[in-house]
Design a protein around this ligand. Structure first.
Ligand SMILES: *Cc1c(COP(=O)(O)O)cnc(C)c1O
Length: 227
């Protein structure tokens, strides 16, 4: 097994799940999650066609961005502290983990400072597990209303992490719940939100997530585990 083979396997599985659920395969974007992966290995993945990179730590983004630069699309997928927004605001293209007004406010302020609009996703704790970050589903609409005053962010979707379970089938209910939530939101109109993207599915459950409507899958170990 090598990166090329792993990537090929993941892409094929995405395609199969898309076809199975009558979705165009090109609607699904693979984010290669590169935590614990060094830049030379990431470069290998880029050489094999990876164009989207996901990291869950600010320090890792700044360190790796210095080497890899903006030839890839960067996604901040992990919990983000307000005081660290300033380090990544000019580096990432998407922030998947917005879960409070105060964090969104800081992102808006920093984005405005460099004259850009940051694409954000709201993180939803769809399973209700204590240990997970994210909004309860019923908090989403009130937050979206609150965020309407912010001009330098654009809410493009929702993100979730399903519980880790042995049988990926058990995650289906959560992914389906996310899709239903997104559909409900699309019936309302918000000044700076157009909820079109669903960031869901990791190495153990991305085929199920794609079947249930994922637009971004965040896959790490299935690509990089041999390194
Ligand atoms: C690590 C991580 C992933 C990828 O997990 P794998 O199981 O390695 O595919 C996806 N999303 C987030 C938020 C992560 O921290």
């Amino acid at each position: 097994m090598n990166i090329a083979e792993n990537l090929n396997e993941v892409s094929e599985a995405i395609k199969l799940s898309a076809i199975k659920s009558n979705r165009p395969p090109e609607d699904i974007v693979l984010i290669a999650v590169t935590k614990n992966v060094e830049p030379e290995i990431i470069q290998e993945a880029i050489d094999q066609g990876v164009t989207h990179i996901g990291e869950n730590k600010v320090q890792e983004i700044t360190r790796k961005y210095e080497i890899l630069g903006d030839k890839v699309t960067w996604h901040m997928i992990g919990h983000l502290q307000r005081n660290k927004v300033k380090y990544i605001i000019d580096k990432v293209d998407y922030i998947h983990s917005v879960d409070s007004y105060s964090l969104a406010l800081e992102i808006d302020k920093r984005a405005g400072g460099i004259n850009r609009k940051m694409k954000c996703l709201l993180e939803v704790n769809i399973s209700g597990e204590e240990s997970k970050y994210g909004l309860n589903p019923q908090e989403v609409v009130p937050l979206l209303r609150q965020l309407e005053e912010l001009e330098n962010i654009e809410i493009v979707g929702l993100m979730t992490m399903a519980p880790f379970v042995e049988d990926p089938e058990e995650t289906r209910q959560y992914f389906r719940g996310m899709k239903e939530l997104a559909l409900r939101l699309s019936e309302e109109s918000f000044k700076n939100a157009d909820i079109k993207l669903l960031s869901m599915g990791m190495s153990n459950d991305y085929p199920v997530a794609v079947e249930e409507g994922a637009s971004f899958v965040r896959v790490g170990s299935a690509i990089f585990h041999r390194y």
